[in-house]
Design a protein around this ligand. Structure first.
Ligand code: ADP
Ligand code: MG
Length: 695
């Protein structure tokens, strides 16, 4: 059978399963299937005893017998519980689906092997939907690969084991020699990598750890190498074509503002970053810079000064924020700061009225309006500039790649781009996401800031918490109370928020409590927010709409309800809303008493460090890069199938060096010897927009 044959022709697949494989895993051909890698392996050479289980235990196998079945619950909670014993202890096996099938298939007092990941519930371990099989002579021992499957696949009996069987069938039916090599021979020999067919076999059917590692190393390298090749090749092409908009002059606006309007002295870090930006924009090249600075480090003023530089050189500048609240805040603070310069700032958001919109459009096309602040609305096609020289994207992690790409359409020559983020991106991830993007870091907070005290508080401690909040508000400080609002459970979340709001209003009836959430009308949201920003409300109960950017220096307490439901970087962002003035600030993470291991880890990290980089690294370790907030929305430009950015940093470095050396010699990959690389690369980047410089 041909390796390129449609997956439905593989024995054991057929039209129904091929449909599912295509839809769920994007597997269309036999080749796609053999490049669908296991995400982990179970060591099936050992049987665990129930008493050996601990919460960190990954997939394990236990040998024993079922003692009895018990149906439990009703409706959605209906389940079947089997008691399983290894001869010494017992553990529950829990099934929510296919109850009759389970009852029919398994007998009491018969020996079975059960596999699964133990989960801890109410202090006891159990297995939810474990796999069960009879001990038999031809069962796989040694290393068993595990393949990710989806709910839908499982419903059609395409579990990990079924996928493994299909992979086995694939190798049985294809000619190994028809698997084309994907790496140059010199790289294989330089690193002692096995050829492609061998590595694929080693990864799907490893005989031992050493083999598995070898195959995996090669495939990881290959994956990272191609990504780097794509990024760097695009970078080269771009560099050679891109002509920037030189800003040689530091003129009237910049100088006057710097000397007369700056409300504080810049920190050394802010000054350094400004110099870096200055260096990028003064020459013929185009700036692509990522500015990382922890929450509260003062990125806005750097943005403003950069925009003044653009204006000094007769260009327009625009800054884009992810939310209306944030855009409005930038608009107001910037308008106020540069008022003495006689410069007008435009504000363009989803709720800008038609008339105002037209006025702004006129100003932009005629060039009389120099500075535009806005939201996504700025990306719309009908927004045209006269001479756009600089685009700043605030809180970049909130924007999708495609949206950012749109900005290119605004100019024949791309403007300088400065993207700012408070969600620090670990080095390995930045390298993959942004290729050659230059990075500046504001690694210093403005003087006089006190470290925020972060504490974990259990639900039961509310009375003490309320006393504390009362004290702070009596001192004149303001308090945020944030509730999670996550799509699927919106209704109950909304109720939590509203109940919380009512409760706070009752408890603190002598103070003013306001509320905002995403479902409100913009004007109403705006009005409530304003109450808080301008200091008339003492407490703001809200969802995460306030997560990014909001700046109320007088707010000193951030209470996060159901903190277990937030990711690390979100918690860090929320915490960054306080500690913005000179007063001691507090972040209080509230959870119920019973929390899982991962929640515990996240909370511990939060209470131990306030360093955004450490938190980002920890986040990457805990969740893996695919799930990282920030990349979740923008999406990794390539799906990583085998490499893991949180662990394979070193491999990434090697891959990058090799890719870069190769492109130095053959920038267009035009030699015959590199033809294969080019073909593979084109295949891989077929559906990807020009993202690497858009960031
Ligand atoms: P972020 O980097 O999170 O966007 P902002 O730019 O909103 O931070 O700045 C946070 C606060 O710190 C603002 O109130 C701002 O005016 C203030 N600030 C910024 N730079 C300095 C500085 N060098 N000295 C004192 N205060 C500063
Ligand atoms: Mg900001």
């Amino acid at each position: 059978m041909q390796i390129t044959a449609p997956i439905k022709y593989l024995p054991g697949v057929g039209p129904k399963r091929s449909d599912i494989l295509e839809k769920e895993l994007d597997i269309h051909t036999v080749y796609d299937l053999i490049r669908y890698f296991p995400y982990k392996y179970i060591d099936r050479s050992k049987f665990y005893m129930i008493r050996e289980l601990e919460s960190a235990t990954a997939y394990v196998q236990i040998r024993g017998m079922i003692l009895g079945f018990r149906p439990m619950g009703e409706g959605k909670g209906k389940r079947l519980v089997a008691t399983f014993t290894d001869g010494k202890d017992t553990i529950e096996l829990i099934f929510f689906k296919g109850l009759n099938y389970i009852l029919d298939s398994y007998q009491l007092n018969t020996e079975y092997i059960v596999f699964g990941k133990p989960s801890l519930f109410n202090g006891k371990f159990s297995f939810v939907h474990p796999e069960i099989e009879k001990p038999s002579a031809d069962r796989i021992t040694g290393f068993m690969p595990l393949y990710h499957t989806t709910e839908k696949m499982k419903n059609h009996f395409l579990n990990s084991k079924a996928v493994q069987k299909l992979v086995y069938m694939a190798f049985k039916n294809i000619d190994r020699n028809s698997i084309k090599e994907t790496l140059p021979a010199y790289i294989l020999s330089k690193y002692g990598f096995p050829d492609i067919a061998t590595s694929l076999l080693q990864v799907h059917f490893p005989q031992n750890v050493a083999e598995m590692d070898k195959g995996r190393a090669r495939l990881k390298f290959e994956e990272l190498f191609y990504i780097q090749l794509a990024i760097l090749k695009q970078a080269n092409q771009f560099r050679s074509k891109a002509m920037g908009h030189p800003f040689p002059t530091v003129g009237h606006y910049f100088n006057t503002f710097y000397k007369e309007c700056l409300p504080f002295d810049l920190t050394d870090a802010q000054k350094r970053v400004l110099r870096e930006i200055r260096n990028d924009v003064r020459g013929p090249g185009q700036m692509n810079r990522l500015l990382q600075g922890d929450v509260g480090s003062g990125k806005t003023i750097v943005a403003l000064l950069s925009m003044l530089l653009a204006i000094d050189n007769d260009y327009q500048a625009c800054i884009v924020a992810p939310t209306e609240i944030l855009a409005t805040q930038h608009y107001e603070s910037m308008s106020k700061m540069i008022a003495p310069l006689g410069l007008e700032v435009g504000l363009l958001t989803g709720s800008t009225r038609t008339k105002e919109r037209a006025r702004i459009a006129d100003g932009l096309t005629s060039g009389s309006l120099k500075i535009l602040v806005g939201t996504h609305a700025v990306f719309e096609d009908n927004v045209q500039f006269n001479r756009l020289g600089l685009v700043i994207i605030d809180e970049q992690h909130r924007f999708g790649v495609a949206q950012r790409a749109k900005l290119w359409g605004k100019n024949i020559r791309p403007p300088h781009v400065l993207v700012m983020t408070a969600t620090p991106i670990p080095r390995t991830l930045a390298m993959t996401l942004y290729g050659d993007l230059d990075v500046s870091v504001i690694d210093q907070l403005p003087p006089g800031r006190k470290e925020i005290q972060t504490e974990h508080i259990f639900d039961e401690k509310r009375p003490a918490l309320n006393n504390f909040l009362r004290k702070q508000m009596t001192l004149g400080r303001q308090v945020y109370v944030v509730y999670p609002l996550i799509k699927e459970s919106e209704k109950t979340d909304m109720r939590d928020l509203e109940n919380g709001f009512e409760a706070m209003k009752n408890i603190f009836s002598d103070f003013t409590v306001c509320m905002v959430h995403g479902k409100m009308k913009p004007t109403e949201k705006e009005a409530q927010m304003r109450e808080f920003i301008e200091g008339r409300a003492n407490m703001l109960v809200s969802t995460t709409v306030i997560e990014v950017g909001v700046n109320v220096p007088n707010a000193t307490v951030m209470v996060i309800e159901n903190a277990e439901r937030f990711g690390l970087s979100q918690l860090h962002q929320l915490r960054g809303r306080v500690g913005r003035g000179g007063d001691q600030s507090y972040c209080l993470l509230i959870t119920k008493y019973n929390i899982g291991v991962d929640t515990r880890k996240r909370i511990d990290i939060m209470t131990q460090t306030s360093n955004g980089f450490e938190i980002a690294e920890a986040d990457l370790r805990l969740r893996g890069p695919g799930d990282m907030e920030g990349t979740l929305q923008s999406g990794l430009p390539f799906n990583l199938r085998i490499a893991d950015l949180s662990r394979d940093g070193q491999m990434l470095g090697l891959a990058r060096d090799e890719a870069s050396a190769l492109l130095d010699k053959d920038p267009m990959l035009s030699t015959t010897e590199n033809r294969l690389l080019l073909e593979n690369l084109q295949q891989m980047t077929k559906n990807v927009v020009n993202w690497s410089f858009i960031s």
